[in-house]
Design a protein around this ligand. Structure first.
Ligand code: MGD
Ligand code: MGD
Ligand code: SF4
Ligand code: MO
Length: 743
C-alpha cells in the first residue's frame, strides 16, 4: 500500500480537543481513532471527531473560490477573487467610511490560533470596528461579568472537577456538549468518578438531561429564571453562615451592596417563578456549604436566557464569598503561556468603550451585539454596513431572527464567506472563499487552553498539517494577508506587519512545489508566538505527540496576585451590574404572569454540531433526518397531540411547522427544539435533504431586546404558542422562505 502511516493530532471541533490518531494512505484519511496515550484526553473521542474526514471529503466541500452571478455559481481564480473583493473594499472605504465594512467571526474561527488573529488584523487594517462574533449568541455574559468583577474579560474561573466535593451544574449538558469554558474530555467518566468519590453533584435544568442520567441529582428549573435561583442560593448561604468573611475582607469589595441586593430573595419567593421547591434549594446550599471545595458552574442554558449576565454575576459572587474561588476543589483560574489578563488589562485590550451606531450598545470582548446586525445593515445613514465578511460561521442559521437577517444580507453590496463548506450564509454571498479544514493546517490548542490555561490538566500540544490541502483551499491567515494587499491596507494598520507577512509568504514559495497554494509558513508563525511567550518551540512540542504536560494548577495563586481591577480586589457589586437591578422585579412579575406560556429551549445531539455537521449521511439517517419539537406527554395530551403529529410553533417573529416527539424528561410547559437545522436551501447535498427547521426564525432581535451589559438576546426560554398543524400543507415542514434562499 502506498505510504501507509499513522499521524497524531487533536480534534478542533469542540473544547474537548481530543487527542487523535489518524491512519492514512498517501493523503487519504482511512480511519480516525482516539489517542489512547494522550496525556489528558486518554483514549476519548466522540463520533463527530472520529468521522470528521467524511465532512471534509464531501463532494460539496468548497475547493475553489466561487463567485455568484445572479443565481449561478462560477469557479474563479484566487487572483480574480482577491482583486475583485479588494477593489470593492477600496471603493466602499472611499465612497462611505471604513465602518461600512463589517465582519462576523463564528465559532470555527475560535478553534484555530491564527484565524481569529489575522481576521482581526484585516479589520484593523480597514479601520473598521464593526465586528460581530458568535459569543453574543452563547457566552458574552461571562466575558462582561469577568471584565467588571476581575478586571479582564478573559479571567474565567473554572471548577476544579478533579478535586471538587460538591458541584452544581446549571444549564449545561456536558455528556453531549463535552463542556464549555472547561476542558475535560470524557465527561461521563469524570461525572461517575466524582459521584464515586462522594462528591455531591446536581444538575439544574428544565430537562432531565443525558448528563443528569449519568450521575448526581437532577433538579428542574423553569427556563429563564436562573437568576432567582442564584439570588435565593446566596440569600440562604448568608443565612446559614456560609461566608468566608476573612477572604472577603482581604480580597474583595462591596459585599454589603450585594447583601442588600439579595436580602428579599428567599427560596420561597424564588420558587414562585423557578418552580424549584425551596427545600431542594436549601439542600443544595447545605451540601455546598459543607463540602471541602465546592463550585457552581453554568453554561449556555443560563447564558442565553435573557438574564444571563445577572445570573452569572451572582454565581461568581457565590463561588467567591463562600471561599471556594482559588481553592482546591473550588474554582481555579488557569495560567496560559503568558499572563494574558495582565497584558490585556494593562493595554486596554478587548475593553474599549466602543458604542454601536444603533442603540449606543457597548462592545463586549470587542464584538457588537449580534442582535443589532440586521438593523445595522438595513438602517441608512453614516456607518451603515454595506459589506460583510463571514469567517468560520453561519449566522443565517445561528443568530436570532434569521428571516430578517436574510433580508439584510440580501441588501449587502458585498458578502464574502471564508468557510470549508458552501453553507446557508454562503448561498447568499457574492464570493465564497475555500479554507483549509483542521486536518489541513498546523495548529496549537485554541485561546482558552493556550492563553488562559483553562484546562483540568494543563498541557500543550502542537499539530502539523495532516494531509495536503485539497483543491485550491488556503488557510485563513494567508487569505487575510492577501485581502489586505488587494484592498490597499496593512495588516493591523502596520506596514511592517504587512511586509513581514508578505515576505514570509514569498520565502516559503521558494521552497514549495509550484502546484501548492501560496501560504504563510504557519508553523513558523506559531513558533514565533510560542517564543514571544517564552515557551518551548513548535517542533519541540510537536515531538511530544501525545501532548506535553505543563505545571499543574496552584490554588492560592489568583487572589491578591492576578486580579487586575484597579485596586486588585474583586468587585462583587460593579455599578454597571447594580444598574440592571430594577429589571429583576419587573421580570419577576412577568414570569409570575406567564406560567401557562410554553417556553422553548434548545437541545443538542451528539452527532450534530451547531449548523455544520449535517452533511454526512450517517449523522442524519433515519429518524435523524429532522429536528423535532420535544414536548411532555401531559402537554401533548392537553393540546390533543400524538407522537409525530405536525405542529405549528409560533413566536413573536415567525411560525415553523415540524413534527413533535414526546419526551417526559422535560418539564411541563417547556418544549425543546434543536438549533442548527433548516438546511433546505443550501448547496450541501446531504444536508439539503434533511427536513429540520431553523429555530432561530423564532428568536427576536433588535436594540430594545439586547441585554445591555452582555450584548446578548434571548436564544433560550423563548415564549411560544403551539397548535396542531391544519390545512392542505399540514404535513409539510416549513420555516424558511426557501425559494428566496435557493440560489
Ligand atoms: N437557538 C439557538 N441558537 C444558537 C444556539 C442554541 O443553543 N440555540 N447555540 C449557539 C452557539 S453555542 C453558538 S457557538 C453559535 C454558533 O454560531 P456559528 O459559529 O455562526 O455557527 P456554526 O454552525 O458553528 O458555524 C461554523 C461554520 O464554520 C465552518 N468551519 C468549520 N471548520 C472551519 C475551518 O477550519 N475554517 C473555516 N473558515 N470554517 C470552518 C463550518 O462549515 C460552519 O459553516 O450558534 C448559537 N445559536
Ligand atoms: N454534540 C454537540 N456538542 C457541542 C455543540 C453542538 O452543537 N453539538 N456545540 C458546542 C458549543 S458551540 C457550545 S457553546 C457548547 C455548549 O455546551 P452546553 O452549554 O453544555 O450546551 P447544551 O448541551 O445545549 O446544554 C444546555 C443545557 O441548558 C438547558 N437549558 C435550556 N434553557 C435553560 C434555562 O433557562 N435554565 C437552565 N438552568 N437550563 C437551561 C438545556 O436543557 C441543556 O441541557 O457545546 C459544544 N458542544
Ligand atoms: S468531543 Fe468529539 S468533537 Fe469534541 S474534540 Fe472530542 S472528538 Fe472532537
Ligand atoms: Mo457555542
Amino acid at each position: 500500500m502506498e505510504n501507509k502511516r499513522v499521524e497524531h493530532t487533536f480534534c478542533r471541533i469542540c473544547e474537548s480537543l481530543c487527542g487523535l490518531e489518524i491512519e492514512l494512505e498517501g493523503d487519504e484519511i482511512k480511519k480516525i481513532m482516539p489517542d489512547n496515550n494522550h496525556v489528558a484526553t486518554r483514549g476519548f473521542a466522540c463520533p463527530k471527531g472520529l468521522k470528521q474526514h467524511h465532512l471534509f471529503n464531501s463532494p460539496d466541500r468548497l475547493k475553489y473560490p466561487m463567485k455568484r452571478i445572479g443565481k449561478e455559481w462560477h469557479r474563479i481564480s484566487w487572483d480574480q477573487a482577491l482583486s475583485e473583493i479588494g477593489a470593492k473594499v477600496k471603493q466602499l472605504r472611499k465612497d462611505h467610511t471604513p465602518q461600512s465594512i463589517g465582519m462576523y467571526v463564528g465559532t470555527a474561527a475560535g478553534f484555530s490560533v491564527l484565524h481569529p488573529v489575522f481576521a482581526q488584523g484585516f479589520m484593523d487594517a480597514i479601520g473598521s470596528t464593526n465586528l460581530y462574533a458568535s459569543a453574543t449568541q452563547d457566552c458574552s455574559n461571562k466575558f462582561a461579568v469577568s471584565e467588571h468583577m476581575y478586571g479582564f474579560p478573559f479571567t474565567l474561573p473554572f471548577p476544579d472537577i478533579l478535586n471538587t466535593n460538591c458541584m452544581i451544574v446549571v444549564g449545561a449538558n456536558p455528556v453531549v456538549s463535552k463542556w464549555s469554558f472547561l476542558q475535560v474530555p470524557n465527561p461521563s467518566l469524570h461525572l461517575k468518578e466524582m459521584e464515586r468519590r462522594g462528591c455531591k453533584l446536581y444538575f439544574v435544568d428544565p430537562r432531565k438531561t443525558e448528563s443528569a442520567k449519568v450521575a448526581g441529582e437532577h433538579v428542574f428549573i423553569r427556563p429563564g429564571t436562573d437568576v432567582y435561583f442564584y439570588l435565593a442560593f446566596l440569600n440562604e448561604l448568608i443565612k446559614i453562615g456560609g461566608i468566608d468573611e476573612a477572604r472577603v475582607n482581604q480580597f474583595m469589595k462591596n459585599f454589603d451592596e450585594i447583601k442588600k441586593v439579595c436580602e428579599e430573595w428567599t427560596p420561597e419567593k424564588a420558587e414562585k417563578v423557578t418552580q424549584m421547591p425551596a427545600e431542594s434549594l436549601r439542600k443544595m446550599v447545605v451540601d455546598f456549604n459543607a463540602a471541602d471545595g465546592a463550585s457552581l458552574y453554568c453554561s449556555t442554558g443560563v447564558n442565553m436566557g435573557g438574564m444571563g449576565v445577572l445570573a452569572f454575576w451572582i454565581q461568581e459572587v457565590i463561588n467567591a464569598v463562600s471561599g471556594n474561588l482559588d481553592r482546591k476543589g473550588g474554582t481555579l483560574v488557569g495560567k496560559g503561556v503568558i499572563d494574558f489578563p495582565k497584558f490585556g488589562s494593562k493595554n486596554g485590550i478587548l475593553m474599549q468603550d466602543v458604542r454601536s451606531r444603533i442603540g449606543n450598545h457597548r462592545k463586549v470582548n470587542d464584538a457588537f451585539p449580534g442582535g443589532l446586525l440586521a438593523d445595522e445593515i438595513l438602517t441608512p445613514g453614516e456607518g451603515q454596513i454595506k459589506a460583510m465578511f463571514i469567517t468560520g460561521g453561519n449566522p443565517l442559521i445561528t443568530m436570532a431572527n434569521s428571516n430578517k437577517l436574510r433580508k439584510a444580507f440580501q441588501e449587502l453590496e458585498l458578502l464574502v464567506t471564508l468557510d470549508i463548506l458552501p453553507n446557508e450564509t454562503g448561498s447568499l454571498a457574492h464570493y465564497m472563499l475555500p479554507c483549509t479544514s483542521p486536518v489541513e493546517r498546523p495548529d496549537l490548542p485554541f485561546i482558552f487552553p493556550l492563553m488562559l490555561g483553562l484546562q483540568t490538566k494543563p498541557y500543550l500540544q502542537a499539530t502539523k498539517s495532516i494531509i495536503k490541502p485539497i483543491g485550491e483551499v488556503r488557510d485563513e491567515a494567508t487569505i487575510y494577508v492577501d485581502l489586505c494587499k488587494h484592498s490597499g491596507v496593512n495588516l493591523f494598520g502596520s506596514k511592517l506587519a504587512q511586509l513581514f507577512m508578505e515576505n514570509l509568504k514569498k520565502l516559503k514559495s521558494f521552497r514549495q512545489k509550484e502546484t501548492e497554494q501560496p501560504a504563510l509558513p504557519q508553523e513558523f508563525v506559531l513558533n514565533l508566538l510560542l517564543k514571544v511567550c517564552r515557551q518551548p518551540g513548535f517542533k519541540k512540542i510537536l515531538k511530544n505527540k501525545h501532548g506535553l504536560m505543563r505545571n499543574p494548577h496552584q490554588p492560592g495563586d489568583f487572589l491578591g496576585h492576578r486580579v487586575y481591577t484597579k485596586d486588585q480586589k474583586i468587585d462583587l457589586a460593579p455599578q454597571v451590574l447594580l444598574d440592571q437591578w430594577s429589571k429583576l422585579e419587573k421580570n419577576y412579575q412577568k414570569e409570575m404572569n406567564s406560567k401557562q406560556i410554553y417556553k422553548l429551549i434548545t437541545k443538542r445531539h451528539v452527532n450534530t454540531h451547531n449548523s455544520w455537521t449535517h452533511n454526512y449521511e450517517e449523522f442524519v439517517k433515519g429518524e435523524f433526518h429532522t429536528n423535532y419539537l420535544y414536548i411532555h406527554s401531559k402537554d401533548a395530551e392537553e393540546l390533543g397531540l400524538q407522537n409525530k403529529d405536525m405542529v405549528d410553533v409560533t413566536s413573536k417573529t415567525a411560525t415553523v411547522r415540524l413534527p413533535i416527539k414526546i419526551l417526559d424528561d422535560l418539564m411541563p410547559k417547556t418544549v425543546a427544539l434543536p438549533h442548527g437545522w433548516g438546511h433546505q436551501s443550501s448547496r450541501q447535498n446531504v444536508a439539503n435533504k434533511t427536513k429540520g427547521v431553523n429555530v432561530n426564525v423564532l428568536a427576536a432581535d433588535g436594540s430594545d431586546l439586547i441585554e445591555e451589559v452582555s450584548g446578548m438576546v434571548h436564544l433560550t426560554g423563548i415564549p411560544v404558542k403551539i397548535e396542531k398543524a391544519k390545512g392542505e400543507q399540514a404535513h409539510s415542514w416549513s420555516g424558511l422562505e426557501k425559494d428566496i434562499l435557493h440560489v
